[in-house]
Ligand binder design. Structure first.
Ligand code: NAG
Ligand code: NAG
Length: 399
């Protein structure tokens, strides 16, 4: 008996040993081509897990994603990670579908650590850039508020809306969307199911089309965590847990907030219209809102409550240390152009911050980084932004 077992064991070993060797060699090769992995070994971490450093953040529009981007930039800088950046601009040729050839310095077979700029998602293309163990995350927001925000930000870029008369263009649009919308029209995706579009899906599917739920199921297989803007802090705590990060890693100031007077407050009837118009996004949002809360439940409600309190306390502390006056101000009042956020066409509705002049020197750099808007931060990370800047210059010259 034991003899038979012995030969079986040997046969098994003969198969196993080369396998283990082979995977080790591949791993070693991978680490060599990916130097940032090594920096983790020297880093001390009290917890038993190792911080995850390979991350795909699908940056959706008008969802608070700029705040997440700032968190990722800071983490990536701190750990000397390799970002897959676009070239000449701040997005991957959005709204064209993403292609890995749009990444600066892309070479087939070589991996990056973080992908996080705006793109029209394509899982297959993205997966060519990242190690297979990468964590995929994204963020969604209530589609009614998202639609309102997108309309505010982009309607001037959608020519069909130019013929809307009257003061309240958003209400006019929602009362008869088909009069001002055509699936083929230039930039029309900004005004219908923008989330579906960002994920590379057909934004003109109606909510009851069976393909909508199928696409949502597909996405739920791709993404390890879907954050929800309305529950931003809970989402960040789940993110910290998933990535094995520290509280310090997820501290943030809300970036790119809009002046409240520029936000249209839709009444109940208009909200229903906006929901129906963006029915596919609504289904998407509801699905992932439910999965978020199922995860909060699994994490522990009480534990979550304590962690959220801690995050709020530490954010408030940072606010005291860094921000002049303790809150965001209008663009005109921002003294240092380094902290001036990008403004929509024909508007200056995006708020920003002034940094305290007498910041404790120990926190100076952290404050600066936490307050730096996306475009300036990209520049500091070495991204050439000449196309974005040219567009910005044209935009300001025309309006
Ligand atoms: C979902 O994913 C599968 C497999 O990748 C793909 O064939 C299909 O077209 C996707 N979409 C739908 C609506 O099923
Ligand atoms: C999201 O989920 C929470 C918790 O279940 C619920 O209270 C909230 O109403 C949901 N939001 C939407 C828009 O469905």
């Amino acid at each position: 008996m034991s003899g038979i077992k012995g030969t079986k064991c040997k046969a098994l070993l003969r198969v196993l040993v080369p396998w283990v060797l082979l995977t080790n060699i591949i791993l070693a090769l991978y680490c060599l081509t990916n130097p940032s992995q090594k920096s983790l070994i020297t880093q001390s971490h009290s917890k038993e897990c190792t911080p995850r450093t390979n991350i795909m953040f699908m940056k959706t529009h008008k969802t608070g994603s700029s705040t997440i981007l700032n968190i990722l930039f800071r983490f990536g800088e701190k750990h000397k990670l390799r970002f897959a950046f676009p070239d000449g601009r701040n997005d991957f040729f959005y709204p064209s579908p993403f292609l890995c050839s749009q990444v600066k310095d892309y070479r087939p077979g070589e991996c990056f650590n973080i992908v996080c700029n705006h793109m029209r998602f394509d899982h297959q293309e993205v997966s060519k850039l990242l190690p297979p163990d990468s964590v995929y995350i994204t963020i969604l927001r209530d589609p009614v508020d998202l639609f309102e925000s997108s309309f505010h930000y982009y309607h001037r870029a959608v020519p069909l809306t130019w013929k809307i008369r009257g003061e309240n263009k958003l209400t006019e649009f929602l009362n008869s969307p088909r009069a001002f919308y055509s699936p083929e029209a230039f930039n029309s995706f900004y005004l219908k199911n923008l989330l579906f579009f960002d994920f590379g899906l057909d934004n003109n599917l109606e909510a009851d089309d069976p393909r909508v739920m199928k696409e949502i199921k597909n996405l739920s297989k791709r993404f390890h965590l879907v954050l929800i803007a309305e529950y931003f802090e809970e989402s960040l705590i789940l993110l910290k847990d998933l990535l094995c990060w520290t509280m310090e890693d997820i501290l943030y100031f809300k970036l790119n907030a809009r002046r409240s007077s520029s936000v249209s407050h839709l009444d109940a009837e208009m909200r229903v219209k906006a929901l129906q118009w963006n029915g596919a996004d609504w289904k998407l949002y509801q699905h992932f809102n439910a999965t978020l809360w199922a995860r909060v439940e699994a994490y522990g409600r009480e534990r979550m409550k304590l962690e959220v309190e801690e995050l709020r306390r530490r954010n408030a502390e940072m606010k005291d240390i860094c921000i002049e006056g303790g809150r965001a101000v209008e663009a005109q009042k921002i003294e240092n152009s380094r902290f001036l956020p990008w403004q929509p066409v024909g508007e200056t509705s995006i708020l920003g911050y002034n940094m305290k002049k007498d910041t404790d020197p120990r926190f100076r750099t952290l404050c600066e980084k936490m307050l730096t808007p996306e475009i300036q931060y990209l520049s500091e990370l070495g991204v050439s932004l000449w196309i974005t800047r040219l567009w910005g210059w044209l935009k300001d010259a025309i309006y």
